[in-house]
Design a protein around this ligand. Sequence first.
Ligand code: ADP
Ligand code: MG
Length: 465
Amino acid sequence: MFPDGDILEGLRARLDEAADYALLNGLLKYTPQGRLNHAPFALTPCPIDPACQHRMEALTASFNRLAHAVARDRAFLEDTLAPAAAVDDFTARLLKLARSGAGNQPIHLAITRSDYFIHQPAPEAPPQIRQVELNTIAASYPGLAERVYRLHRFLLQDTPLERRLLANDPPPVIAEAFAEAFARYGHPGARVLMVVQPGESNVFDQRLQEIALRERGLITRRASLEEIARQGTLKEGHLLVRGEVAAITYFRAAYGPEDFQSEDAFKARALIEASSTIAVPSLYAQLAGAKKVQKVLTEPRTLRRFLPSGQAAPVEACFAALYDLDEEVDAGGRRVAAWRLAIDNTAGFVLKPQREGGGNNYFDDELRRMLTGMTPDARPAYVLMERIRPAPHQAVLVREREARAVPAVSEIGRFGAYVADGEREVINRDAGYLVRTKERDTPEGGVSAGFGYLDSLLLTDPGDP
Ligand code: ADP
Ligand code: MG
């Protein structure tokens, strides 16, 4: 629960001031109608148990390492994704493009975000960390996460809660990793190319990261896949766009089929992969974040192929159960296919296709409808995941200057910044966090998808209930 009722009431009374502060300080987003406004935010920071927070932060380095090890094992990715690729055209095309890549860039730069819920099995039980997914492409909100922290710091100034607010500033840590990879590329006049969607509503978050890169001396150029197809070329292995070398190509788009509506888009993606630019992520690194890969990594032996035992154990402890649809599972002594079990217990599962970006999953009645209507040959394109039930807390959520006090749940992401040169790890850091709070009964969670509210973390005192 939010620790102090008076402070909560005090925050509600400051709605206008908070919204103005958000606008003044760049906590901005375009609305779905294309108007400029403050991004949706929670007035109330999200309480978190300090021990949980500490464990979560400590997992980042292991997930960075895991993602890198998986990305390097192409045979494993091919085998794991082949059944999904056989029925899912987008996965098939990504795999095909990955195979066609030059594959000779030993410098690996990754900006990841591992998302979690805090699972509360029973009111008295200790809270547990449960991973939702690891994002290896277009991990968003490093910039706005800092802005909402700044808003909360302002609102809680001179209250007893001020010192418990967890500081957060991902962009400079991310920029440090960029600068390291950029230096290793060895082309001082080169640029960072940011691949963006035309008309991006989350452009301010991206701009904040660009500014942090500029502070490290790196200049960013923005281009859509279509623009890269028209204005990009290869020269002595380098990717050139509008005549400038792209030392790093940073994807803030191109994770879903919506960004590949023309053959030009595929052409651009192939061009990037054929060059020596440091792609963040490369196609194999992107595929390492696929839902099917996540599922396979929950098998203890598979996980240990990629991580030493000491690191595998805490990683494993945060996994929720994941199933292939046709996998046989135990149901009270009977063996049944996971998809049948999920039809009988829709509240216990989430159905997920091989997609990123939010808004793609199926819950409750929709999940039943999907599973009932699905032909057997379509099943390999999906996974079933145990539905995580985080404990709700009381929050005040603000969208377009309107506040509502509701029971809410929060999804916490930890940003990771990682640089490797061949097998050698050069930077492996936790880069801060993102909190997306949503109404308790809303199943999906994305801020861009319209469900989530940006938030920050407030450490609970041992004495709090
Ligand atoms: P995407 O790659 O599209 O972002 P996610 O796996 O992150 O897909 O799921 C999107 C949202 O669905 C999450 O942000 C979360 O709100 C909800 N969700 C996903 N998995 C679970 C789960 N196992 N239990 C409860 N909610 C989930
Ligand atoms: Mg997600």
